[in-house]
Write a protein that binds this ligand. Sequence first.
Ligand code: TXA
Ligand code: MG
Length: 327
Amino acid sequence: MIKTATHEHIAEAAEILKNGGLVGMPTETVYGLAANALDGKAVAKIFEAKGRPAFNPLIIHVSDMRHAQEYGEMSEYAQILANAFWPGPLTLIVPRKTDSGISDLATAGLDTVALREPSHPVAQGLIKTSGLPIAAPSANKSGSLSPTTPAHVHDSLGDAVDMILAAGACTVGLESTVLDVSGVVPVILRPGAITAEQIGELLGLEIAIAEAENEAPKSPGMLLKHYAPNTPVRLNAIDLEEGEALLAFGSDKFMGIKNGGRAADLPDEMRRNLSEEQDLQEAAANLFSMLKELDQSGASTIAVMAIPQIGIGVAINDRLSRAAKRD
Ligand code: TXA
Ligand code: MG
């Protein structure tokens, strides 16, 4: 059931976690499906609820750097990065501490662990009140879009989650940047709001973004077809075919429909704008909800206007190209 994230309900949710249950947890990026990372059975419920392949490792959410150090080896790079970007949308892959107590299922048996301190006050409250490291993938069925509202979580997972803490829409709207700092050179496994430029500037290094792979990827989140609506997605649209829905960025004033008409003539449910002001942050926050809405419009295809490949635009284009990938 969905409950407003008051102090009392956060305390109730903390009890659910301690008793091995699942909680829908708001973070600044997307809603997470939270379980006690120390409890293998609870973590198993996450995989069951999501229908997720068991080899996919989960992000462990912690309250601060010291908490992170209980579970992972925070190298100098890792500490510099955490100091600069935590709390916030950056996940660090670091060597796992052998005596960490984190369930092997949560790390998929890897010798590394993904750690993140979320900035959302409700996520912070839940971690602190429970005193637990919290394993939480995005709170959706595997292969579908990440949820950015409590209703998305409910629609995707229903009663498989014991409680959803509702705190409105997520401000970032895209999953965190995943940065592997377990090797010699840091590599971005998944682009997000913290960009390669920001990380590179801080460390004085050129930061590479790993290529998405189709098979046996290092980060299973890199699977090409991962963020997929049911409706086909067409990228970099400059005009519309009949029957297509439009996901605009900036003005759609000059968008024409082939065989006549303008985008402005489309029925409301076939037309969304990520950001009329061409604000990339706003676009990121709107991306998943608008894709979901257009997915339900009955359109033959979702045509998406070009998004500039700068800043968080890199992460938006990463998610869009996955959504467009058909098998
Ligand atoms: O914003 C987020 O990161 C959200 C919120 C809830 O925090 N969580 C999220 O989790 O997106 P999930 O499970 O959907 O994505 C975790 C990503 C996956 O791509 C996974 O493969 C990768 O992190 N990952 C986790 N542990 C890893 C590891 N040890 N090595 C490499 N990749 C890892
Ligand atoms: Mg996910």
